[in-house]
Ligand binder design. Structure first.
Ligand code: ZN
Length: 249
């Protein structure tokens, strides 16, 4: 089986996406798949979407990608504000064919995918776009975990929480860290690949996964988040969206 890379939750962060693609190239991994939230929060929705279109084998829909084309009542104020900004940046027009291509691409994303013998969702196997599988669900929501594990019979991959690690059949969650970054893909398990563009596990480095045979490895890449922060502020987006990138929260 050939190796492939999984990226998720890019959130219009061009510097993080470029750093991750460079690392994937350096690792010699050709196939890249994307679990959604290409846009939202960040300042560069168009270049990030165009890169994803160019580099990814396929992409599925995240809740922010969905939000681009739907009512935003359920989004928090910061996410909503950033989606209004994103709509303004991507709204297609006759004179801007690249925007039109990006807009149509994001509008037509499927909500799940199967490939390489695995299933892929942005959120969860039962509610692929919206539902979070949280690291605390194993002990706080055992019924939910029970239901999720009735839906899968092999490893599957998700993003959405921006928190990398693996949920096993005993409902335990093992967080990915520098010491524990390789995981066996055995039996039903839910692997969270973390976030490229807005990590929330306290580590500001961009996060992605590489699957090779029956192993998944979580990779972290430092990138110039100060540049990303400056762009977010210059775009008039909320300062909190810039500030959190330096803390990885
Ligand atoms: Zn996200």
């Amino acid at each position: 089986m050939t190796a492939f890379a999984i990226i998720s939750d890019l959130h219009s962060n061009l510097e993080a996406v470029e750093a991750v693609l460079q690392r994937i190239d350096a690792l010699g991994v050709r196939d890249i798949v994307c679990l959604g939230d290409v846009i939202g929060y960040g300042a560069d929705p168009l270049p990030v979407t165009l890169l994803v279109m160019q580099r990814c084998k396929w992409t599925i829909q995240g809740n922010h990608d969905w939000g681009l084309f739907h009512e935003l009542d359920d989004f928090n104020p910061l996410a909503r504000e950033a989606l209004f900004y994103t709509r303004a940046q991507l709204k297609p027009s006759f004179l801007r064919p690249r925007r039109k291509a990006a807009w149509e691409f994001l509008r037509s994303l499927p909500d799940r995918h199967q490939d390489f013998g695995y299933s892929f969702f942005h959120g969860s196997p039962r509610d692929p776009v919206m539902e979070y599988v949280l690291k605390s669900d194993g002990f706080l929501e055992p019924d939910k975990m029970h239901h999720l594990f009735t839906l899968i019979d092999r490893p599957c991959f998700v993003g959405h929480t921006h928190w990398p690690g693996v949920h096993r059949q005993d409902y335990r969650f093992t967080q990915a860290t520098d010491e524990q970054r390789e995981f066996a893909l055995e039996g039903p398990c839910i692997v969270n690949v973390g976030s490229v563009g807005q990590p929330r596990d306290g580590d500001p480095r961009a996060c992605f996964a590489v699957v090779n045979g029956n192993r998944a490895e979580i990779h972290r890449v430092a990138y110039d988040f100060r540049r990303t922060q400056a762009k977010i502020l210059a775009a008039g987006l909320h300062p909190a969206l810039a500030e959190r990138l330096s803390r990885g929260k």
